[in-house]
Design a protein around this ligand. Structure first.
Ligand code: FAD
Ligand code: AMP
Length: 478
């Protein structure tokens, strides 16, 4: 007998599992289809983010940061430590434990909320029917009033650097190295390349990042990107811009990478190579020819501002649709769609989705960059505050970076908050809250910030927008 649901979700990542939980909470009979099998062979919820993305990468970033601090950061505090060493397999298995804990937690939430987990591969047929091929090959069909596609994304592979078992790897492979490579190459200076490059550099690898574009972090605010390049280079990451990888050859446990840069053809030998050149939407065997769902020219499922596809009652959320490939964007889309199915008028403010790069210092932002606003002809005032002038940052010996607040020159409304520095992600979140409520720089400046905190840097940058900073000399108005 065909099972019937109010909502069938294809994919159990942050887009899909959050949509499923929300739909169930709203009283809808909900199923979620997931096929991903973790290392123990069992189906695991959580998608890329929990299994091989956000969470495991942050676990390794935190472990490697502690190791690096013990080696290089403690001394200035008067702490002598000798014989500090890193047990890489122990670090990796701690990471695996966190993943297991969290993915198991999502399964428990499914049970608590009454979401039916259907294990297998889901495919959308015509008339909102969803075919599920179980892990044992058995096929069944679910009927749905509404379908939410949340099939996510996977790493892009490039012909010059095909993956191998253990030398040329993608981001997933780079989370499982069992020892520190002496020389590590990374293709792509995007978020993932910089985070994973940082992990292994902190543990002692000599890391070279090869980036085809001439511009570093082109979507970030230029001032912040410039500062980031300076700081990361000082930390030892060799970031080669304008270096396009053209080939690779694996021989005797090493890989020789060919690339072209301004000086012509180059070659460099690495013990491991991480390919981090971006991600593509997953739509393989997802849509039957007569499903009616359209894709855009780049292979993303085509949706409107409310994540509705070209078929009424079929929605798509997360990495498989337009917009930044971020877990929080996927989840908020999941919530919005579940609420709309339940008859609410939910929407998302796509202008205020924060982005974070979890290097140290972190790089984070929300809203528009100075260069984008200038290109649009918007008159702006800019306030900055360096962490070098923050008492809290000095106490923590963590003074690299700055906070930048950009406001409309006419209305003083904050249009962008950009931070490189300690706790940047948390500081930018304060910007998100303020900007959602239409804050002006003056509003932020009038609020009371605890002393001493990193947040005071945001306060001072907001004051600096109108030349009122206290703890740094104000720029003279032109
Ligand atoms: P996914 O998480 O990819 O989930 C899709 C799920 O659908 C998968 O589990 C897949 O198995 C399943 N699926 C696909 N097709 C089918 C099918 N036909 N049938 C059944 N199941 C199917 N984002 C952040 O916001 N912060 C970070 O710090 C961050 N760090 C990252 C670090 C790394 C190394 C990587 C790779 C990504 C990181 N991301 C981060 C991005 C984040 O992981 C994604 O944006 C997020 O996981 C997208 O969620 P999603 O639900 O759209 O897709
Ligand atoms: P992101 O999409 O933010 O993860 O970044 C991926 C980066 O990889 C982009 O900045 C691309 O320019 C870069 N990239 C893609 N292909 C190559 C290549 N063949 N050689 C070097 N860099 C590349």
């Amino acid at each position: 007998m065909t099972q019937k649901f109010d909502v069938v979700v294809i994919g159990g990542g942050p887009g899909g599992y959050v949509a499923a939980i929300k739909a169930a909470q709203l009283g809808l009979k909900t199923a979620c289809i997931e096929k991903y099998q973790s290392k123990d062979g069992k189906v695991a919820l959580g998608g890329t983010c929990l299994n091989v993305g956000c969470i495991p990468s942050k676990a390794l970033l935190d472990s490697s940061f502690k190791f690096h601090e013990a080696q290089e950061g403690f001394k200035i505090h008067g702490i002598e430590v000798k014989g500090v060493s890193m047990d890489v397999p122990a670090m990796v298995s701690r990471k695996d434990g966190i993943v297991k804990n969290l993915t198991g937690g999502v399964s428990a939430l499914f049970k608590a909320n009454g979401v039916t987990l259907v294990e297998g591969h889901g495919k959308l047929l015509a008339n909102k029917q969803v075919e599920v091929t179980g892990l044992d090959g058995a096929v069944k069909v679910l009927e749905a009033e509404n379908v939410i596609i949340a099939s996510g994304s996977r790493p892009i592979e490039i012909p010059p650097a095909p993956l191998t078992e253990d030398i040329i790897v993608d981001s997933t492979g780079a989370l499982d190295f069992q020892s520190v490579p002496k020389k590590l190459g990374v293709i792509g200076a995007g978020v993932i390349g910089l985070e994973l490059g940082s992990v292994w550099a902190r543990l002692g690898a000599e890391v070279t990042v090869l980036e085809a574009q001439e511009k570093f972090l082109p979507t970030a605010d230029e001032q912040i990107a410039k500062e980031a390049l300076k700081i990361l280079t000082k930390q030892g990451l060799k970031i080669r811009l304008g270096a396009r990888v053209t080939g690779s050859e694996v021989k005797r446990k090493q890989v020789t990478v060919s690339f072209t840069d301004a000086e012509g053809e180059q070659k460099q030998v690495f013990d491991k190579l991480i390919v981090a050149v971006g991600r593509r939407p997953v739509t393989t065997d997802l849509l039957a020819a007569d499903s009616g769902v359209d894709m855009d020219e780049r292979g993303f499922i085509f949706v409107d501002d409310h994540c509705a596809t070209s078929v009424p009652g079929v929605y798509a959320v997360g990495d498989v649709v337009r917009g930044p490939m971020l877990a929080h964007k996927a989840s908020e889309e999941g919530v919005m769609v579940a609420e709309r199915i339940a008859g609410h008028k939910a929407q998302i403010n796509y202008d205020l989705i924060p982005g974070v790069i979890y290097t140290h210092p972190e790089i984070a932002w929300v809203g528009k960059t100075e260069q984008a606003l200038k290109a649009e002809g918007v008159e702006i005032n800019v306030g900055t505050f360096p962490f070098a002038a923050s008492g809290r940052a000095m106490a923590a010996n963590d003074t690299a970076g700055l906070v930048k607040v950009i406001a409309d020159a006419k209305t003083d409304r904050v249009l962008g908050v950009h931070v490189i520095g300690p706790a940047a992600a948390e500081l930018v979140q304060q910007g998100v809250i303020g900007m959602e409520f239409g804050t002006s720089a003056e509003d932020l400046g009038m609020m009371v910030f605890s002393h001493p905190t990193m947040s005071e840097a945001l306060h001072e940058a907001a004051l600096a927008v109108n030349g009122h900073a206290i703890h740094v000399a104000n720029r003279k108005k032109r």
